[in-house]
Design a binder for this molecule. Structure first.
Ligand code: AMP
Ligand code: MG
Length: 504
């Protein structure tokens, strides 16, 4: 137990009365390391996500009380919480690492929202644990701001994701490539169980605990599959479907995760672990956002294939739960895994049609899409292109405002001609199409330079206002917002110098 470091004893009833139900903590010892957060020096609130807080009865007034930060910076024990670091393994850049685990994060416990849904409350940057492997257990302000903003931006886009309740800044120095301020983030998700959580037990040959984890997942997260004849196969099917859909959604908004290792893949199909992620500005098939990824393993183009690789890792870990006879189990999971590409392609094609404003299905829709992306390659802003495309009128054909950015403009004109024909064939109505396209093609995304500007203000001036500004902007990425024109523009040239790496 940590001593109470602050003299302020103000009570925050709504926070202190959160009823923790520490389900994960009831699992046997090998599943975690019980450990308390290490207090963060000079901790102060940088931003509070009032919209998410409201689900738990927490208000901005609560968050403004001095004691609030104590609970989320390790200075005071959260009543009812049983902090622990979860163990997991994972395939990192294709190589199996038998033990990873929360090296700088802790699960405080589970709390219910106002609808009765249980959420993990997770503190990221909370200090060393048994799984820190000699590192400091801290997160830097820079990457915490990025995760805070991007997880809420994803939520705004309607893409499954972990979320973030608040961001705590500090006066503590953390050493990365250079000295940076440390921070903590309160991450919320229905579950933090990863593909790598199952891999951990499988590869140790600990099938008893693997089964316990499987049972836990069925009880807590997949209760609707309990009565299936083969619940673990059904579970695998569902993880395949959710993962395929998630990656198709990423592709649809030009999002690159950056570190799609199997320890960063959520069993619930959530976007998890925001590190060197990026939304592409200019479209590039082989875009790699992570400068440490020299092979381009996690390029935009390869994300669907990498999800398949991770699902194959999960399939292996599930074998003992699927069937006692390993050969039978292998053939069963193989068969299921083969469905991944259908799931992905279906989800992808649905997104493609929606982005192009098609209500009906034609066989050549994917070809039209692929041709467009070839033309856009390396030249055209992905987000703005589709947003503008939605505003075209069929009655008086106008040029696309980004036409001049295409290298091969005559080929693009031909594409536009075919696109018009395609819309005319389904008697597309301008107004309906504008509305439906605006509902799937965002006006605002979290461009790297936008996060960078918020980071610079926070680091240089202790000014967190841009974080709140972006949080509210990105919550409604599809609707035009007042005084936000500057956020709906292509990235400035200086954005090209931003380098993202695994160091966070
Ligand atoms: P990530 O690349 O953030 O997914 O992290 C991979 C592994 O390294 C996980 O087990 C993390 O908990 C651990 N890790 C990353 N950064 C730190 C750090 N600063 N201190 C301790 N462990 C860390
Ligand atoms: Mg991770």
């Amino acid at each position: 137990m940590h001593s109470i470091l602050k003299s302020d004893h103000s009570r925050i009833a709504s926070l202190e009365s959160l009823a923790f139900e520490n389900r994960y903590a009831k699992l046997p010892a090998p599943f975690f390391h019980g450990v308390s957060p290490t207090p963060l020096m000079g901790a102060h609130l940088a931003s509070f996500n009032a919209e998410l807080g409201a689900l738990f009865g927490l208000t901005i007034e609560d968050a403004s009380q001095p004691g609030f930060v104590d609970y989320f910076s390790g200075a005071r024990d959260m009543p009812g919480a049983e902090p622990l670091a979860m163990v997991y393994a994972g395939h990192q850049f294709g190589h199996f690492v038998p033990q990873l685990g929360d090296g700088r994060a802790m699960l405080l416990g589970q709390v219910r929202d106002d609808l009765g849904v249980l959420w993990d409350m997770h503190l990221k940057g909370s200090g060393p644990t048994r799984f820190s492997r000699g590192s400091d257990g801290r997160a830097v302000l820079r990457s915490s701001i990025r995760e805070y903003l991007c997880s809420e931006a994803m939520f705004g886009l309607g893409i499954p994701t972990t979320r973030a309740l608040c961001l705590i800044a500090s006066s503590e120095s953390v050493m990365r490539e250079h000295v940076e301020p440390g921070a903590m983030l309160v991450r919320m998700a229905q579950s933090h169980i990863r593909f790598g959580s199952l891999e951990y037990f499988y590869h140790r040959g600990d099938h008893d605990n693997l089964r316990k984890l499987g049972e836990y997942l069925l009880d807590e997260e997949f209760a609707h599959l309990r009565d299936e004849d083969a619940p673990y196969l059904a579970l695998f099917d569902e993880v395949i479907r959710r993962t395929a859909t998630l990656v198709a959604q990423w592709q649809g908004v030009g999002f690159c995760h950056g570190v799609m290792n199997s320890d960063n893949m959520s069993m619930l199909g959530l976007t998890l672990d925001y590190g060197p992620f990026a939304f592409m500005d200019t479209f590039e098939h082989d875009y790699v956002c992570n400068h440490s990824d020299h092979q381009g393993r996690y390029s935009y183009r390869r994300q669907p294939e990498m999800a398949h690789f991770n699902l194959a890792c999960l399939a292996t870990a599930l074998l003992p739960l699927i069937h006692d006879d390993k050969e039978v189990a292998i053939s069963l999971v193989r068969e299921r895994l083969a469905n991944y590409w259908d799931c992905f392609n279906d989800a992808h094609l649905g997104i493609v049609r929606a982005k192009l404003g098609f209500l009906q299905q034609e066989n050549d829709d994917l070809e039209l899409w692929d041709e467009l992306l070839l033309l856009m390659e390396g030249e055209v802003d992905f987000t703005l292109f589709f947003r503008h495309l939605g505003a075209l009128s069929l009655s008086s054909p106008t040029h696309h405002p980004l036409r001049s950015e295409f290298i091969d403009q005559s080929r693009f004109d031909l594409w536009m001609y075919e696109y018009h024909q395609r819309l005319q064939r389904e008697r597309s109505c301008d107004e309906t199409r504008h509305q439906s396209m605006d509902a799937v093609n965002p006006q605002y995304i979290l461009r790297n330079y936008m996060a960078e500007a918020a980071i610079r203000q926070a680091e240089d001036d202790g000014d967190y206002s841009e974080i709140d500004r972006l949080l509210s902007l990105l919550r409604s990425p599809f609707s035009e917002q007042p005084d936000a024109e500057q956020y709906a523009k292509p990235a400035p040239v200086w954005a090209q110098s931003i380098k993202l790496s695994c160091s966070s």
